[in-house]
Design a protein around this ligand. Structure first.
Ligand code: UD1
Length: 418
């Protein structure tokens, strides 16, 4: 198992480019199951989660050529529809294969998905949405089995804008003739990217980015070429670095509109932020001010995936920050680790109250999940002395070679083996 050794306290200067959006690439790769041609995907970053998804696609029959940042997928022959536990266990996003397998083969079976331990993470909305369209779903012995059966185009109203359920319903409907409407679906930019990709292969999806998505079913999808959007959560993580450590960081491939709640917070804090069309530059010379009251909510509001990185900045900001987590119930597992480093945080139901301290100190900490792990790396960067962050494999699921990017900005961070 790898771990990071960080000697904190360095100011960060320089440029860093944002890799592709893991959460756009995952459903896009699952969406390849709908294509009967050859699909080329550009701007690919091989995060651990992407490698896990590629393993699943390979098992189902897709032939994959991996090039640097480009994937070529031959999707012409897909003959398997079962995804076993050893593959779903590694990746919650394996559930994204349910909709496209139904579209392509009329049936799908997968073991209950695993993924980051940030709460119970049910998939009831995926299942009830499919059932509403007439899909026959059987939930037995730890496997979900779905048959297209009498699936009909129709209207599905989601009681909560689940990103995954919206994406699954879209993919299940693309090859289902007639008009399907998803009301109350997720508006996240990753949903829009998925729809743009599917449309590039011949799908007819309208209204992505709104809460009323219309899918006019088509008989088949061809091959095609698509460039994936950059990752807004990684962009957001890098943007916080100068406020945390001091210095100036230029974040290339950052779309400010995709993370406007964070950009607004930075604009009102002790830093200078310049937003350009394809990059954002943040300069900070003074200690951060606290952030007041923040709550995580579905897009376009403050994203839950930036909650843990922001909480780290709040640990050393002047004053008190209160963050309420409304999406996942177990997303504060990084808090006891930050406390080991000298942070003053109290957990109160679904909120954390952070009283900023002047200084964190190095300690041995364990990444509890992907974004919590990133937050601990950030804490290590600002802490006085040496920090060891264990369980780096969880961070690798969604940050590619993070230590190399941070080293280029002047951080003293090394990846070592236990
Ligand atoms: C996606 C992202 C994840 C992000 C989250 C919210 C991917 C691969 N992951 O996860 O990084 O944190 O969006 O922006 O894209 N829920 C149910 N029943 C369901 C589905 C969801 O109750 O069937 C609940 C979840 O438990 C959670 C909330 O809805 O409380 C949000 O989940 P959802 O939007 O589905 O997130 P994911 O698609 O899992």
């Amino acid at each position: 198992m790898d771990y990071f050794l960080i000697n904190g306290g360095k100011k960060l200067f320089g440029s860093v480019a944002v890799d592709s959006a893991k959460n756009a690439l995952l459903p896009i790769l699952a969406g390849c199951l709908l294509s009967e041609g050859i699909v080329t995907i550009k701007n690919v970053t091989y995060y651990e989660d992407i490698n896990s998804m590629l393993e699943i696609l390979q098992l189902l029959g897709i032939k994959i050529q991996k090039h640097e940042n480009v994937l070529v997928l031959d999707c012409r022959y897909i003959d398997k529809y079962i995804i076993p536990l050893e593959l779903t266990n590694k990746l919650r996003a394996s559930v994204f294969c349910l909709g496209p397998l139904l579209g392509r083969l009329g049936k799908a079976r997968l073991a209950y998905p695993g993924g980051c331990a940030i709460g119970s993470r049910p998939i009831d909305l995926h299942i009830s949405g499919l059932a509403k369209l007439g899909v026959h779903v059987i939930d037995r012995h730890g496997y979900i089995t779905a048959y297209k059966g009498n699936m009909k185009a129709g209207k599905v109203c989601l009681p909560f804008p689940s990103v995954g359920a919206t994406e699954n319903l879209i993919m299940a409907s693309v090859l289902n003739l007639g008009r399907t409407q998803i009301i109350g679906g997720a508006k996240e930019p990753e949903v829009v990217d998925l729809c743009n990709f599917l449309n590039a292969l011949g799908a007819k999806i309208y209204g992505a980015g709104s809460d009323h998505i219309i899918i006019d079913g088509v008989p088949s999808l061809a091959g095609g070429e698509y460039t994936v959007m950059p990752d807004r959560i990684i962009a957001g993580t890098y943007l916080m670095l100068p406020l945390l450590c001091g210095g100036e960081v230029e974040v290339i491939n950052a779309n400010g509109e995709h993370i406007s709640p964070l950009v607004e917070l930075l604009k009102n804090n002790s830093c200078n932020i310049r937003v350009k069309s394809d990059r954002i530059i943040v300069t900070a010379k003074r200690r951060a001010k606290c952030f007041g009251k923040i709550e995580t909510l579905p897009y376009p509001h403050f994203p839950t995936d930036l909650q843990q990185p922001l909480s780290c900045v709040a640990c050393v900001a002047k004053g008190t920050t209160i963050i309420t987590e409304n999406l996942f119930e177990s997303r504060f597992k990084h808090v006891p680790e930050l406390v080991k480093m000298g942070a003053k945080i109290n957990i109160c139901d679904s909120s954390i109250i952070i009283d900023g301290v002047k200084e964190l100190f190095g300690a041995e900490v364990v990444a509890p999940d992907l974004r919590g792990g990133a937050a601990l790396v950030m804490a290590g960067l600002v802490a006085n002395g040496y920090t060891t962050v264990k369980n780096v494999n969880l961070i690798d699921r969604g940050y590619f070679a993070l230590e190399q990017k941070l080293s280029m900005l002047g951080a003293d961070i090394k990846r070592l083996k236990e």
